[in-house]
Design a protein around this ligand. Structure first.
Ligand SMILES: [Zn+2]
Length: 285
C-alpha cells in the first residue's frame, strides 16, 4: 500500500521524553520555573517547555544542564494556543491564523489546546479546527481537564481532521499547574541526538508518540506493515478513517498490515487503568 507521508520513515535508537505545556508561578502554576525543572528532571524527563499564560518564563537553565528547556507561552485569548520555542508574547486582538503564522515565522511549534474543554466540549469548535491552517497539531490529551468540565481527550476531533486528510499531530500534555500532575502525560520523540533542534524537528515532523503511561520502545512503518513494540501495553489497536478500530491484538506488541486501513493508520496502545499511548498517523494514498 503506497504511503503518502510516513513520520517514522527515519528511525533512531534514542527516545527523549518531555512535557510541552507547563505553568509556573509566573502565571497560575504551583512551582517556580527553577523548581519546575528540578522536579521534571528528577522524574526522568529530558525536555520541558515553560508555557505560562501570556508571559514568558525563564529559568536558570545553567543549573539544570541535563534537561532541555524551551521557552514558550500559552496564548490565552478566548481560545488557547500553545506556542513553544518563542520568546515573545502576541496581542490578543490578532486573528488566530496570524498567531499561528507569526509563531511559525519565529521558529515555533503551534498546538491548539484542550479542544474538548468546557461543558459543551468545544473550547475549539470543529469549524475553527478546520478553518485554521498550518498549526502542527492539537492536544489529544490534556491532564488538567481531568479536573475541569469537558473531556481531557480529543481523539474524536483528531480523527475528524485526519479523515479529511489534514496532517495534524496528536500531543499529550500535562498542562502542569500542580506537582501532583507531573508524570501524568508526555510526548516521546525519536531523535538522532539530544539537542533542542532535534527534539523540535521530531515534534514538527510527527516522529514521536503521545502517552499517559504506556511506554513505546519501537515504531516501524515499512513494507506495508505498522509495527509497535511497547514495554507495558495489554492491547494494541489499529485505527483508521473516522476513528474505526480495524484490528485489536492482545499483548505488548503488534504488527498490523496497512492494507487493512484506508486514508490513514495510527495505533493506540492500551495499558493498565487509564494508561495509553498514541502513535502518529501514517497517511496512505
Ligand atoms: Zn495551560
Amino acid at each position: 500500500m503506497p504511503i503518502r507521508y510516513n513520520p517514522y520513515a527515519q528511525r533512531y535508537s534514542l527516545w527523549l521524553k518531555g512535557n510541552l505545556h507547563t505553568h509556573t508561578t509566573l502565571s497560575d502554576g504551583e512551582l517556580s520555573p527553577d523548581d519546575t525543572l528540578d522536579v521534571f528532571l528528577r522524574r526522568g524527563y529530558d525536555f520541558v517547555a515553560l508555557t505560562d499564560h501570556d508571559v514568558i518564563a525563564t529559568a536558570d537553565e545553567a543549573r539544570y544542564p541535563q534537561i532541555l528547556v524551551f521557552p514558550g507561552v500559552e496564548h490565552s485569548a478566548q481560545q488557547h494556543i500553545l506556542r513553544v520555542n518563542v520568546t515573545s508574547t502576541l496581542p490578543h486582538d490578532l486573528s488566530y491564523q496570524s498567531v499561528i503564522d507569526l509563531t511559525l515565522q519565529q521558529g515555533g511549534l503551534v498546538i491548539l489546546n484542550h479542544p474538548n474543554w468546557g461543558e459543551s466540549f468545544n473550547h475549539w469548535r470543529d469549524s475553527q479546527l478546520f478553518h485554521l491552517e498550518r498549526y502542527h497539531g492539537i492536544e489529544i490529551y490534556n491532564n488538567v481537564i481531568e479536573y475541569l468540565e469537558g473531556s481531557p481527550y480529543a481523539l474524536d476531533r483528531w480523527d475528524k481532521l485526519l479523515s479529511e486528510g489534514r496532517q495534524v499531530w496528536g500531543y499529550a500534555n500535562e498542562d502542569t499547574h500542580r506537582v501532583l500532575q507531573i508524570g501524568s502525560a508526555w510526548n516521546a520523540v525519536n531523535v538522532r541526538e539530544r539537542s533542542k533542534e532535534a527534539v523540535l524537528s521530531a515534534l514538527r515532523e510527527g516522529r514521536f508518540y503521545a502517552s499517559t503511561g504506556v511506554v513505546i520502545e519501537e515504531v516501524v512503518v515499512d513494507d506495508g506493515v505498522y509495527r509497535v513494540n511497547t514495554r507495558n501495553a495489554c492491547e494494541l489497536r489499529l485505527i483508521t478513517l473516522r476513528g474505526q478500530v480495524v484490528e485489536r491484538v492482545s499483548g505488548s506488541q503488534a504488527t498490523f498490515f496497512l492494507n487493512k486501513a484506508s486514508g490513514y493508520a495510527r495505533v493506540e496502545a492500551i495499558g493498565e487503568g487509564q494508561a495509553r499511548a498514541w502513535t502518529q498517523p501514517v497517511f496512505l494514498e
